[in-house]
Design a protein around this ligand. Sequence first.
Ligand SMILES: NC(=O)c1ccc[n+]([C@@H]2O[C@H](COP(=O)([O-])OP(=O)(O)OC[C@H]3O[C@@H](n4cnc5c(N)ncnc54)[C@H](O)[C@@H]3O)[C@@H](O)[C@H]2O)c1
Ligand SMILES: [Zn+2]
Ligand SMILES: [Zn+2]
Length: 364
Amino acid sequence: MEITAAVLRDGHGPFCVETLKLAEPNADEVLVKMLAAGMCHTDLLARELPPEFFAGPTVYGHEGAGVVEAVGDNVSHVSPGDNVVLSFSSCRSCPACHADRPASCFDFALHNMAGGRPDGTSVFTDASGASVGSHFFGQSSFASHTVAASDSVVKIEQSLDVSKLGPLGCGIQTGAGTVFNILDVQPGSSFVVAGAGALGLAAVMAAKVRGASTIVAIDRHQNRLELAKQFGATEVLSGDPATFAPSIVEITGRGADTAFDTTGNAALVRACYEGLNNIGVLSMAGVGFGDVTFDFLSMVGGKKIAGSMEGDAVPATFIPYLAQLNADGQFPFDELITEFPFDEINEAEAASASGEVIKPVLVF
Ligand SMILES: NC(=O)c1ccc[n+]([C@@H]2O[C@H](COP(=O)([O-])OP(=O)(O)OC[C@H]3O[C@@H](n4cnc5c(N)ncnc54)[C@H](O)[C@@H]3O)[C@@H](O)[C@H]2O)c1
Ligand SMILES: [Zn+2]
Ligand SMILES: [Zn+2]
């Protein structure tokens, strides 16, 4: 069938809205008509890489929300007409997948970032007959219709408004999942988050749900810190990173119980780590480049560092849980959304880059 999709043809160029041909789903895939798709920083990573690392023309997008149109022969968990959110895919057979930790799948890159199915084929063809990369995070949802890996497809209760739930597929799931699944933030505890963007604000909301009594948010944008306070932060910090660890220790008394970096900035990661108490845990989801250093003696002291891939979530259960928390009014992540018509995808990126918009959602 012919569809409309946003193709990135050059890592540093604009998204081009084009007509593509979409292949039929295979036995383990689902054809989804997209209603909306969130934009996450990971869709824009090509902007931060040297041009020679660009993988070639690709349809990005990994926070899709839509309606199932057709399913392959092996797919039984969804049927045509079902509302779905699209999340990441995994191999379902490695030790991490067997341990119910699909976000840490040993073949994560192959299933989510290889520019097509694990067998190397793609479902998109452009007007010249050339193949265009598909299956980004199992889905490539910057498209009016897509063919997604079956485990990327999460069924959503028909009574909920699925069109606002796409961001649960990655950014919001990662922020909340880090708090619930990795840090296991406890009632009455102290929690610090560096970065008050989509991940960080979702984490603030989740820490509030968990009943943390001290929630410290760090950002360079004052308007984002105001939002953090609105969603549950009890203290906010801005300015020189060298002041953050001493401030955290002062606010918490003995150092924070848990901390979460969403900036990918080495100075902030280290400030969060140094602000922990001796049995504190730091989780890191922000994507940075280069090295982060930690002081030897402080590491021997008992602090822990835990990486966060997608908040260690199992999308099939965690996304419906977050959708229900949202419907119950306890997790208002949808207040972070600004909608853009799909063909204004480049404007959506610019509004996100300027800090003006926290979670752009493209509407089809
Ligand atoms: N690990 C995962 O599974 C996963 C999933 C989704 C996104 N990510 C990554 O997480 C990061 C955050 O994503 P997001 O959507 O929340 O981005 P975002 O841009 O909405 O939020 C990042 C926030 O950090 C702040 N910030 C960055 N550097 C700072 C600095 N030096 N000082 C003060 N504030 C600073 C920014 O002002 C911004 O508010 C990105 O790197 C993204 O690629 C990781
Ligand atoms: Zn696996
Ligand atoms: Zn993402």
